[in-house]
Design a protein around this ligand. Structure first.
Ligand code: NAD
Length: 252
């Protein structure tokens, strides 16, 4: 039964894995057997050390995912490193906070370019390669509670993450006939750099934890089971779906 979750001989690309949820998911995929290609703007020193300590094969590509040229660079280097690709985790993402009345075009474009445009075009580059290989593939996009809810003071983030859920469904429809499953994970409130501002605000932090049925912030380890499931044969008939990993937040 557990063979269905085995990722031996699979190659996984994970964008933005120097820290946070990306690091947790890259390690989980490696522990399940995958070789991992990380995509980062800075050297992912800690992730590399953890991969080496675990005896996992890891190749880092230095690239800014908000730039279109990064798609070809990532695919070329991934193939040079491991010869093929099987799994893509579109994790890299940013957030900008400001009142909507004052929100700038730059804060809109920066977030949309990375959080949704790069997700689409990176998926396109990956799918072209998988179709050329004639193999199957798994794409996992990282959505958010703000794929379901409005949020406040994060207009471009809400727009981008709502877009991620829609694009996930659309790509699943188009690429299912090619054996490519496209799903998403919507993390709840997780303790990473992305939520430092929220956790530093004691009042807001208490409000958030008080509303989470599990009664705590999520951790990057909490992504391990769901990412391995969606990257593996265990989820082969799951397609176009966004799984919330939120300690019950959406059920409330
Ligand atoms: P994080 O800030 O620790 O991680 C973001 C990652 O993206 C980092 O590795 C960062 O280096 C990388 N990155 C940023 N800009 C990049 C660029 N231009 N090119 C390449 N890489 C880039 O935060 P996180 O919480 O680990 O976020 C990971 C993903 O999870 C993001 O998509 C985020 O929106 C999403 N998410 C986080 C939470 C949360 O509560 N932390 C909740 C829902 C969704």
């Amino acid at each position: 039964m557990l063979d269905m979750f085995d990722l031996s001989n699979r190659v996984a690309i994970v964008t933005g894995c120097n820290a946070g949820l990306g690091q947790g998911m890259a390690l989980a995929l490696a522990r399940a057997g995958a070789d991992v290609v990380g995509v980062n703007r800075r050297m992912p020193t800690e992730t590399m050390a953890l991969m080496t300590a675990g005896g996992h094969r890891f190749h880092n590509v230095m690239a800014d995912m908000s730039k279109m040229e990064s798609v070809d660079k990532v695919m070329t280097e991934a193939i040079a490193a491991f010869g093929k690709v099987d799994i893509l985790v579109n994790n890299a993402g940013i957030i900008r906070r400001n009142d909507s009345i004052d929100f700038t075009e730059k804060d809109w474009d920066d977030v949309m370019d990375l959080n949704v445009k790069a997700v689409f075009f990176m998926s396109q580059g990956f799918a072209k390669q998988v179709m050329t290989q004639g193999t199957s593939g798994n794409i996992i996009n990282i959505a958010s509670m703000l794929s379901y809810q409005g949020g406040i003071r994060v207009p471009s983030y809400t727009a981008s993450k709502s877009g991620v859920m829609g694009v996930t469904r659309l790509l699943a429809n188009e690429w299912a006939p090619h054996g490519i499953n496209v799903n998403a994970i919507a993390p709840g409130y997780m303790a990473t750099d992305n939520t430092t501002a929220l956790r530093d605000d004691e009042v807001r932090s208490q409000e958030i934890v008080g509303r989470i049925p599990c009664g705590r912030w999520g951790k990057s380890d909490d992504m391990a089971g769901p990412i391995v499931f969606l990257a593996s044969d265990a989820s082969r008939y799951v397609n176009g779906y966004t799984i919330a990993v939120d300690g019950g937040w959406l059920a409330r």
